[in-house]
Structures are given as C-alpha cells and as structure tokens.
Design a protein around this ligand. Structure first.
Ligand SMILES: [Zn+2]
Length: 136
C-alpha cells in the first residue's frame, strides 16, 4: 500500500468509496467519481490471489485518478497505456513478493479482452517471461 500511495496511504484508504455490483466482470474504477466498483460474484467466487492482485492494480488507478490522470486514454492501446503498465507493475511486484512464478504471473495477466500480441507486449514491458505456448 505504501509503495502505491506513500504518505497519502491513510487518507486515500479512508476516503476510498467501494461499490458492489451484481453486474458481471471483475473490478474497475468508476470514471465519474473514482470509486472502486467490485463485482460481488467475482469477490465470492474468484481466485483469492487474483482478487488481491486486482485490488492492488485498481488502487494504483485510484491514485492516478486523484492525480488527474486520464485512465481511459483512447490514444493508447490497452497494453501500451502508461496508466495500465504502472498498475500492472505494482501487481506484478506484489505477485513476485508472494512467490508467484513468471508462468503464474503470465496466467494472471492473460484476460479474455487481451490478444496474445497484447499479452506479449505487456509482459515485455513488465519484464515477465512468458515462454510457454498460449492456448487461445
Ligand atoms: Zn487497469
């Protein structure tokens, strides 16, 4: 937490609004007020490590939102967007701290909205070695 927010950790977590939704998906930032929206289904059924790493990722976006950065900058593809790379970098650092292998981290990074090309690009930016053959 402190790596993401530094001195502001307490203030940010105190003011963070979290909303739960029955809409599917995982978790994301509400672009209108910067609050964190979490799918109840994902929270109940999802893999605990995935949820934890997603939380780290989204908290980086919360900080970026507070700094006035554009989270949904259409100028960039998802895998190239600086705000995404920064968020993933924090999640990957935490995954490594937990002892996840590069292969496990790659599996975590792979999502249904990302193509193999995007995954390769993202993994390269994050210095994660994805060496096995991906099953699409
Ligand atoms: Zn993100």
């Amino acid at each position: 937490m402190r790596q993401i927010f530094g001195e502001k950790t307490h203030e940010v977590l105190q003011n963070l609004k979290v909303k739960f939704t029955y809409i599917g998906g995982y978790m994301w930032i509400d672009p209108t007020d910067g609050s964190l929206i979490i799918s109840s289904h994902y929270l109940n059924e999802g893999d605990k490590t995935d949820i934890y790493l997603d939380l780290i990722h989204e908290l980086v976006h919360v900080r970026q939102f507070m700094e006035g950065k554009k989270l949904f900058d259409a100028e960039y593809d998802y895998a190239d967007r600086p705000t995404e790379i920064e968020a993933y970098q924090h999640a990957v650092n935490e995954a490594r701290r937990l002892g996840l292998s590069d292969r496990q981290i790659c599996e975590y990074l792979k999502t249904e909205w990302m193509t193999n090309e995007d995954l390769k690009k993202l993994a390269k930016s994050l210095n994660v070695k994805c060496t096995w053959q991906y099953a699409q």
